[in-house]
Design a protein. Structure first.
Length: 94
């Protein structure tokens, strides 16, 4: 599995400019998600999944609204007691 899965810690600047991934996970504050929406579009491969956490309850709608025009489809909002919402979105194939 180590030859197929790479886990890294860092911002998008730590990645090669042309890299896109089947799964991107980010656990940061909503205002930072909003600043990174175009980067998410570049970094999530077509039909790939984007999982976002770190938002406060009520902020998930704003983040989702920013991503939908860029080709992301919301699939689920995951909620757990004592934790903020986590979004699961899938990128279109274009």
């Amino acid at each position: 599995m180590a030859d197929r899965v790479h886990v890294g810690l860092g911002g998008p600047e730590a990645l090669p400019r042309t890299s896109a991934f089947d799964l991107v996970v980010a656990n940061i504050l909503a205002h930072t998600h909003l600043a990174l929406v175009k980067e998410y579009r570049r970094r999530v491969a077509p039909f790939g999944a984007l999982v976002l956490g770190g938002m406060l309850t009520g902020e998930e709608d704003q983040v989702t609204r920013a991503l939908v025009p860029l080709g992301f489809t919301p699939r689920d909002v995951l909620r757990a007691r004592g934790a903020g919402p986590r979004l699961l979105l899938v990128r279109d194939g274009a």
